[in-house]
Write a protein that binds this ligand. Structure first.
Ligand code: PLP
Length: 344
């Protein structure tokens, strides 16, 4: 374990670690897969990723568990989602077993930088990327690709972790994904959100909540997390059913855990922005956001307070405990969700 880092003070920012993974593709084959030490990417100035944003990325994590292991959470799901994006962006797929092996190898190589158990949810963030490279001026698919993964120890995405956060609906610059939807993580998609992000952060909000692009009446998702709400009286866990949100693996997991572990009714459906009064609690969920409850959501100068501006609601707390309990080895995981990096 490195003594260079104060695990309790990590935020969601980059710390350089010794190794990254790289694999190259040309003429239908992956080659030269392995660990490298240089954090600079070796890519040509005319690479389609640089010129046209031909690239997709993922964001998963490795966790230091209670019994001293290092584990990945559902890495196959992240590999499959990367490949859905790859197909959409005319790129070759990374075989899922190879994706999982690469995640394990790069985490193991940097094991001294994996936050140990018990530091406010700190974990090692894993950023796989598949990029179109090579000299290729035309607007057409690259003939060469780079699959690369960097890892870096992180703390919570939004300051304060499991505490109420303040969000705003502000679609002056709507999120425009490369395919017109949010349902792939493409390298170019996110840049269209940056102007809004800058403005709302300066105004003191933690994130932007986007509405559906067609009618602007229903909640879609946050800039890098899905949305959930807990219905008053029934405690039903509701999350938007939309094909313009990224299909979050945290959402998929929480839908299952809410139903099977907490015995809640669950629904993927419409959450109208005019119906916020129907919900007792709400929040953001994602691999980086974990569960970040909404203290308030501001819309057209109207600040709607959900459970409380200072306290976290009971259902959000239970969901957080269940999810992080599985990730950090405190609770039994459903079959296949947890992969020990040191086991074959
Ligand atoms: N939505 C967007 C736009 C995201 O970028 C992310 C994660 O980065 C999520 C939702 C949450 O997805 P996941 O739970 O798979 O991390």
């Amino acid at each position: 374990m490195t003594d260079k880092l104060n695990w309790d003070e990590l935020d969601f920012s980059y710390t350089e670690v010794p190794y990254r993974w790289r694999a190259y593709w040309k003429n239908g084959e992956w080659y030269k897969a392995g660990l490298e030490t240089d954090p600079q990417l070796p890519i040509h100035e005319a690479s389609p990723i640089v010129n046209y944003g031909q690239g997709v990325f993922e964001g998963n994590k490795a966790y230091g568990t209670k019994d001293g292991k290092i584990v990945l959470f559902r890495p196959d799901e992240f590999g499959e989602r990367l490949n859905r994006g790859a197909r959409r962006m005319a790129m070759p797929e990374v075989p899922v077993e190879e994706f999982v092996r690469a995640c394990k190898e790069v985490v193991k190589a940097n094991r001294d930088y994996v936050p140990p158990y018990g530091h406010n949810g700190a974990a090692m963030f894993i950023r796989p990327m598949l990029l179109g490279i090579g000299d290729h001026v035309q607007v057409s698919a690259a003939e060469e690709y780079l699959f690369t993964i960097y890892v870096t120890p992180v703390g919570p995405l939004y300051k304060g972790g499991l505490a109420p956060h303040h969000y705003i609906i502000d679609h002056e610059h709507d999120r425009v994904a490369a395919d017109g939807t949010g349902n792939i993580k493409a390298t170019a998609n996110y840049a269209s959100t940056l102007a809004t992000a800058k403005r709302i952060q300066e105004a003191g909000y933690d994130d932007v909540l986007y509405l559906d692009p067609a009618t602007h009446t229903k909640v879609d998702e946050f800039s890098s997390a899905n949305f959930f709400a807990i219905e008053k009286d029934t405690n039903k866990f509701v999350t938007p059913k939309s094909d313009t949100v990224l299909p979050s693996i945290t959402k998929k997991s929480l839908l299952w855990l809410a139903e099977h572990r907490l015995g809640l009714e669950v629904e993927e459906g419409d959450i109208k922005v005019d119906d916020f009064d129907r919900y007792a609690e709400a929040g953001a969920m994602g691999n980086a956001a974990v569960i970040s409850p909404a203290g308030s959501v501001t819309y057209k100068e109207n600040r709607h307070v959900f459970y409380s501006e200072t306290e976290v609601g009971p259902v959000s707390q239970k969901l957080y405990k269940e999810l992080t309990g599985i990730q950090f080895g405190e609770l039994e995981a459903p079959e296949g969700w947890i992969v020990d990096v040191d086991e074959d």
